[in-house]
Design a binder for this molecule. Structure first.
Ligand code: AHR
Length: 508
């Protein structure tokens, strides 16, 4: 073993685990926003479109990405949405103003099309309800339309619309970001807590087994953070299953070290929500634990400073499917994105659902051109690898190693890591990020009682140009490559992690 002080070390032992991973940790999000739906997943007339108008080239990429839960239809969009507009004969559906994104919604794509899409990619639907401009009545009407077998006006309406079998939607979001003053129908914690509780109560009268997510805070930085969660859960604790978290990060003022440490915020956000939920549970003398649905997370340049997928403008106000939020991601963005995945896995004991926001074109791992090709952004790779190899049991990883000081987060470890054991095969995958922009980071992992003998793969996402991106002109500019020199001998894994890199080390 090396004594070099610069080496990062940890020990893996199957006796020390965090939790089984809920597959829904690898969820994503489809909002009626910009070109996520229209010309993203749905484009009748596209050369690859199937009979339902879904782009087969995009469906293939989504399957390769490995998404599980799919949240829909918003987002801010849902808080002004009438679900009835999106069902029934397409040509009779109304065109509406979408206040959230100042766009025009054609409603050519709605609930039935979404469920068909989810089935084709092998996911589970996660439906968000409008608790902004609407309330309990419309929520249970939608539930009845979607899930009741037949014999009532609403269930028969679904059947008349061509969907004989109920959709069987189990996972529901009770509104979206209701703490945010930008939200249509924004509410105080008291107002929302009561509404969430009463909506949940009514939905459970239809089906006691629905799984319900109450809105938490839109970010840890909200002035109402923690007080919001506390009040909302005081009203709804015994009626809901999860509380939501949303977080987006981007590089500010060229401070890349702080950006690379973004997961410090993600982890503290998770831990603070757990503490708040458990505090409410203790006060209520409840035996129940509330889990976390991290149902929006990503890198998102909210100041508009990122390059975009196309030079075309965003389109006028009230345009249909304009180019909005089309961030084109760099290698650095993908490495930060990887640390966010690591943060979620490290907290798999309480984070049971997570949704990458979003899936196609809009701050997304998949990009498309209308009438043209589809390609992978840099962030596609960490997600696909984590979803593929991050199933099983998260092992407890406690890193000892070098640190550096960042402006935003103080002293931060250069290594951010987690490990997941596949319980069927015994294989272990280490996910690791080297946050150091200039130096390689030696890694040593001591393996106890895992019966591992070989390195099956060490894949790296890093580049001499950390600002490199995949574009329509150069869609394969950035892809993962194989590392050299990674070894497993005498129960110790040794590797060198390239500067500013995302690493997937598979041990068999
Ligand atoms: O994902 C983009 C937007 O971010 C969502 O509509 C909203 O919920 C959040 O503020």
């Amino acid at each position: 073993m090396s004594d070099a002080p610069h080496t990062a070390r940890f020990t893996l032992d199957p006796a020390f685990t965090v939790s089984a991973v809920d597959p829904r940790l690898f969820g994503s999000f489809v909002e009626h926003l910009g070109r996520c739906v229209y010309t993203g997943i749905y484009e009748p007339g596209h050369a690859t479109a199937d009979e339902a108008g879904l782009r087969r080239d995009v469906l293939d990429l989504i399957r390769e990405l490995g998404v599980t839960a799919l949240r829909y239809p918003g987002g801010n969009f849902v808080s002004g949405y009438k679900w009835e507009d999106g069902v029934g004969p397409r040509d009779e559906r109304p065109r509406r103003l979408d206040l959230a994104w100042r766009s025009t919604e054609s409603n050519r794509f709605g609930l039935s099309e979404f469920v068909d899409f989810v089935r084709k990619v092998g996911g589970e639907p996660m439906l968000a309800l409008n608790l902004g401009t609407r309330g309990v009545a419309e929520a249970i009407e939608l539930q009845e339309y979607a899930n009741h077998a037949g014999g009532t006006e609403l269930s028969e309406r679904r059947i008349a619309h061509g969907d004989k079998e109920p959709f069987g939607i189990r996972l529901w979001c009770l509104g979206n970001e209701m703490d945010g003053p930008w939200q249509t129908g924004h509410k105080t914690a008291e107002e929302y807590g009561r509404l969430a509780a009463e909506t949940a109560r009514a939905m459970r009268q239809i089906d006691p087994d629905v799984e319900l997510v109450a809105c938490g805070s839109s970010s840890q930085g909200m002035a109402t953070f923690a007080a919001w969660e506390s009040t909302v859960l005081e009203h709804s604790y015994e009626l809901v299953d999860h509380i939501s978290l949303h977080a987006y990060y981007y590089e500010r003022n060229g401070d890349r070290d702080s950006f690379l440490a973004s997961a410090v915020d993600t982890e503290s956000f998770i831990e603070n929500v757990v503490a708040t939920a458990d505090h409410v549970g203790a006060r209520l003398k409840s035996k129940k634990k509330i889990n976390l649905s991290f149902d929006e997370w990503n890198v998102w340049y909210q100041d508009g400073s990122a390059p975009t997928l196309s030079d075309e403008g965003r389109g006028d106000d009230w345009a249909e499917a304009p180019r909005l939020l089309e961030d084109n991601y760099s290698v650095t963005d993908a490495v930060v994105f990887g640390t966010l995945l690591i943060a979620l896995l490290r907290h798999a004991d309480r984070v049971k659902v997570a949704c990458l926001a979003q899936l196609v074109n809009v701050i997304a791992p998949i990009a498309t051109e209308p009438g043209g090709k589809a390609w992978k952004q840099t962030t596609f790779f960490p997600f696909a690898q984590a979803s593929r190899y991050g199933r099983g049991t998260v092992l407890d990883v406690r890193v000892a190693g070098p640190t550096h000081t960042t402006e935003q987060y103080g002293e931060v470890g250069l290594l951010h890591a987690t490990a997941v054991r596949d319980e069927d095969t015994g294989a272990v995958t280490v996910f690791a990020v080297n946050r150091d922009q200039t130096r390689s980071l030696p890694l040593e992992v001591t393996l106890h009682g895992l019966g591992l003998t070989q390195v099956a793969e060490h894949s790296v996402l890093a580049d001499a140009d950390p600002d490199a991106r995949n574009t329509a002109a150069e869609p394969d500019r950035v892809t993962p490559h194989a590392a050299t020199g990674t070894a497993l001998a005498d129960g110790v894994l040794t590797a060198g992690l390239e500067p500013l890199s995302w690493n997937v080390i598979r041990l068999a």
